[in-house]
Design a protein around this ligand. Structure first.
Ligand code: FAD
Length: 235
């Protein structure tokens, strides 16, 4: 019988199937956590508030509520007690997905900024001629490349099998911070227009902010990276 609630679930009320992590034996701590497959419409399973998000507004995010929700034994994913291991393995892969989104947002910021800088004229010349604007474009281009390479490396290690926890956290942390810096510069390059809903940079700015929170905040990524570094000793 499941009882409890969880806020901020992507695709809440949209998805037909949910993977829910719950304690089956709290005394065993991590080993007492299990994963369940729960279908929408199961008695005792309902939805709570849908959030009005800052960014990623195309994504439905809301709460799940379980009240005396009876789940058959065959709905346990893996075996009883496998929940924590499954959750951690899923998080590593999700982090690579997030770093891809961050790299994509940063690349889009660079693309729209380059185009705008070549079109927009001030003081009788395109703003792309100004070194201050060029430096912002240069930083964006360099950081997009670095974020892409970290993402590819983490994805390559994941495909190869074996451990990629540190690389996934590095890629996620770096790409989400690059996306934010690129979005700040993209709004800057677009000037007043960058502060309007018509400008794509305005949306990138809001979307990028979400990335430092989801699938573990930047602080949590730094903790994971430090833990993995300290565990591995000196190279
Ligand atoms: C758009 C969106 C979609 C989401 N989708 C899902 C989903 O599908 N499934 C799901 O399970 N969750 C989802 N989440 C939840 C998301 O994973 C959490 O919001 C995130 O992990 C942060 O947790 P929190 O909100 O409880 O913040 P908190 O943990 O309260 O953190 C608040 C602040 O405290 C800091 N902090 C917390 N603990 C520590 C620590 N030990 N050391 C240092 N600093 C710390 C954090 O870094 C942060 O800055 C989603 C969230 C959003 C915004």
């Amino acid at each position: 019988m499941l009882n409890g609630k969880k806020a901020f679930i992507t695709n809440a009320a949209v998805a037909d199937i949910y993977v829910v992590f719950a304690y089956t034996d709290r005394s065993k701590k991590r080993e007492g956590m299990s994963a369940f497959i729960i279908e929408k419409g199961t008695q005792g399973f309902s939805f709570a508030k849908i959030e009005n998000l800052l960014g990623m507004r195309g994504c439905v995010v809301g709460g799940l509520v379980f009240r005396d929700c009876r789940v058959p034994e065959e709905n346990i994913l893996g075996s009883e007690g496998d929940g924590f291991r499954i959750a951690m393995a899923t998080l590593d892969r999700d982090r690579i997905a997030m770093s891809s989104i961050g790299t994509g947002i940063a690349q889009a910021c660079l693309d729209v900024s380059k185009n705008y800088a070549k079109e927009r004229k001030q003081f009788s010349q395109p703003i792309a001629n100004f070194q201050a604007v060029q430096f912002m474009l240069a930083d964006m281009a360099m950081e997009v490349e670095a974020a892409r390479l970290l993402t590819y490396k983490a994805a390559y290690l994941a495909d190869k099998g074996g451990k990629f926890t540190k690389e996934a956290s590095m890629a996620k942390l770096y790409a989400s911070e690059v996306a934010q810096r690129a979005a700040i510069n993209a709004v800057q390059i677009h000037g007043g227009y960058g502060c309007t809903k018509e400008c794509p940079a305005e949306r990138f700015f809001r979307d990028a902010r979400i990335l430092s929170i989801v699938v573990g905040t930047s602080e949590i990524q730094r903790m994971v990276i430090a833990r993995e570094e300290l565990r591995s000793g000196s190279d």
